[in-house]
Every structure is written in structure tokens, then in C-alpha cells.
Ligand binder design. Structure first.
Ligand code: HSE
Length: 318
């Protein structure tokens, strides 16, 4: 270790993953909620996790189960740390709604420890470490949410080992999230992943490849309309939509109200709509989506967000 800090506070925003066709590959950071992680070196040779904050209920404290734990173990190993770590998670991102809650914690922890342990990792290395937290929570080290929370804006997380490409979202992009009030299930993402068949048809893969390419090109060109044309999915949504009452109506009414595209946010149950603020009013899209849920006898809430910047260090104490 070169530079010794005694305590570092990292923060990372929530995110929406997939955007339809970019299953496990696309992530977009949202400026609505963020998690904070306070990390400090301790004299006891073990990692201790504590949680607090408005959304900390039922969060596991075991290193192998909390999404901050595996990244902390990995980074302590990389730093050849001979001491222990205390990780305090201040939880603000709601869990189980499809907003990358576990990813935001893993990203904030990874960012804080990179600084605390003076590791100076590359973006791809940070994302790989943070994705270990997702493996603990969901069973797979999908990197879409953690990449968005760590790097901000729109991120393409691809290949094995993971590589990332960040693209600045268009300034006129608004993100509407509508969340049905369903009982929050424990292990929701793990279950929603199990709903997807192991094999997909070539025709489905081709449709997704084309649409995902349109999304990437849309972000590269700053064209919200083009991004929206790619937000239909053949891999996960056909199997997950049955878990979301009113899905088809919410999608259709969101599009009718002016959304460029609508998809399930991450593993759901929230739906996300991308809106070009120059030509359409995001609040009207939000209202239409909430109304569509209501027509299906489901209460829902909504918010309008903007893309968020990446994980940051709020405080370093030497
Ligand atoms: N890409 C992941 C999924 C995101 O859809 O399962 C989960 O937050």
C-alpha cells in the first residue's frame, strides 16, 4: 500500500439494466437514489459489514451474502491487506424493484476500497470486482448494473472477462420509471433469471443483436428516438412479463404517451421508459404508465430521472 487512508466514503447511484434487448450488457445510471459506503481499515483480520439507512431492512450482514462483501474480499486480496476492514453500507436504493440496488452497494464499496487501499484499478477492473457482489446476490456476476453505477451514464459491459464502453447519454434524455406495488420477493432477481430458458432461437438472437446495435448507435449519435427503436427484447421479457400484471398495457400506453421505448427495468418489476424531453413531456408518460397499472388493478408509483454520473469519493481521511 502506497498511500494510507484510514477512512473513505464512496457513493454510487442506482441504475436501470438491459433497456430491453441489451440483456446483461446495457446499464444506465439514474440520479434518483444512491448508496453510500464508509470503509475503514481495522486491526482485526476480518471483514465486518454493517448496514444502516432507510432501506437497510433485511439486508444480510454476511460477507458472502451482502453485495459489498465479495468485492471487499477481492480487493483486500489484491492489496495484500494484512488487517481487517469495516464496511458500513448506508442504504438508500430500494431493494427488489429493478433499480440495481445490490449493484449500487457493490459499486460504492468498490469505489471506496479502491481509494482506501490505494489500488488505482482501471474501470474494467473495478467493474469486474463489483460484479462479484452480484454473483453473491443473484447467482451470476452480471456487470450491467455495477458498470453503470461505477462509470455513470450509459455503459456497455461485454465480453468475458468483462470490458466496458461508456457513452454520454443525450442531454435531452429523460428516464421514467413506473413501479407496481407488488409484495417484494426475496431472491427476486435470482428467480427472474431462472424464468429465462437456457437456449434461445437464432431468430431471437438476431432480433436482439440488431436492436441492441440500434441502441448503441442511438447513444453514440445522441438520438433518443433511435435508442427507443431497439428496446424490445426476445430473451428475457417474453418470460418475465408474466410476473408483472398489466405489463402489455403499461408498455403500450407509455409508448402512446410519447416514450421512445419501454422495457422492464433490470429484472423488474419496474418498467422504464426513455423519453426525448425536447419533443415529449416525461411526466405525461409517467402518468400514462401509472394509469395503465391502475386499469389492471395494480397500484404503482413513478418518477422521472436523468442519467447520473459515476461513483464518487465523498470523503477521504488520512
Ligand atoms: N441484467 C440483469 C437481469 C439485471 O436482467 O437479470 C438485474 O438487475
Amino acid at each position: 500500500m502506497k498511500d494510507i487512508r484510514t477512512r473513505v466514503v464512496g457513493r454510487a447511484f442506482c441504475s436501470t439494466a438491459n433497456l430491453g434487448s441489451g440483456f446483461d450488457v446495457f446499464g444506465l445510471a439514474l440520479n434518483r437514489y444512491s448508496d453510500t459506503v464508509i470503509a475503514r481499515i481495522t486491526s482485526r483480520r476480518k471483514i465486518r459489514i454493517a448496514v444502516r439507512g432507510p432501506r437497510s431492512k433485511d439486508l444480510p450482514l454476511e460477507v458472502g451474502k451482502n453485495s459489498a462483501g465479495p468485492p471487499a474480499l477481492d480487493l483486500a486480496g489484491k492489496a495484500h491487506l494484512k488487517k481487517g476492514l469495516e464496511i458500513i453500507v448506508e442504504k438508500h436504493v430500494p431493494q427488489g424493484l429493478g433499480l440495481g440496488s445490490s449493484g449500487a452497494t457493490a459499486a460504492a464499496c468498490t469505489k471506496a476500497l479502491d481509494s482506501l487501499l490505494d489500488l488505482r484499478l482501471s474501470n474494467d477492473e473495478l467493474v469486474r470486482a463489483a460484479s462479484l457482489g452480484e454473483k453473491a446476490v443473484t447467482g451470476t456476476a452480471h456487470a450491467d448494473n455495477v458498470a453503470a453505477s461505477l462509470l455513470g451514464g450509459f455503459v456497455i459491459a461485454y465480453d468475458d472477462p468483462i470490458k466496458t464502453i461508456s457513452l454520454k447519454p443525450p442531454p435531452n434524455l429523460a428516464i421514467v420509471v413506473a413501479t407496481p406495488q407488488l409484495p417484494v420477493q426475496s431472491g427476486k432477481t435470482r428467480k427472474a433469471r431462472k424464468a429465462i430458458p437456457e437456449r434461445i432461437r437464432v431468430k431471437s438472437a438476431v432480433l436482439n443483436l440488431g436492436r441492441a446495435s440500434a441502441i448503441a448507435a442511438g447513444f453514440a449519435r445522441g438520438d433518443v428516438g433511435l435508442i427507443g427503436t431497439g428496446m424490445e427484447d426476445e430473451i428475457a421479457e417474453p418470460y418475465r412479463q408474466r410476473l408483472i400484471p398489466g405489463y402489455s398495457d403499461v408498455r403500450r400506453l407509455g409508448l402512446d404517451a410519447g416514450a421512445a421505448g419501454v422495457s422492464i427495468s433490470g429484472a423488474g418489476p419496474s418498467l422504464v421508459a426513455l423519453v426525448d424531453r425536447k419533443s415529449h413531456e416525461p411526466r405525461l408518460v409517467a402518468l400514462a404508465m401509472v394509469k395503465a397499472f391502475a386499469q389492471n388493478n395494480v397500484r404503482s408509483t413513478s418518477f422521472v430521472a436523468r442519467p447520473a454520473f459515476g461513483a464518487s469519493i465523498l470523503m477521504e481521511i488520512w
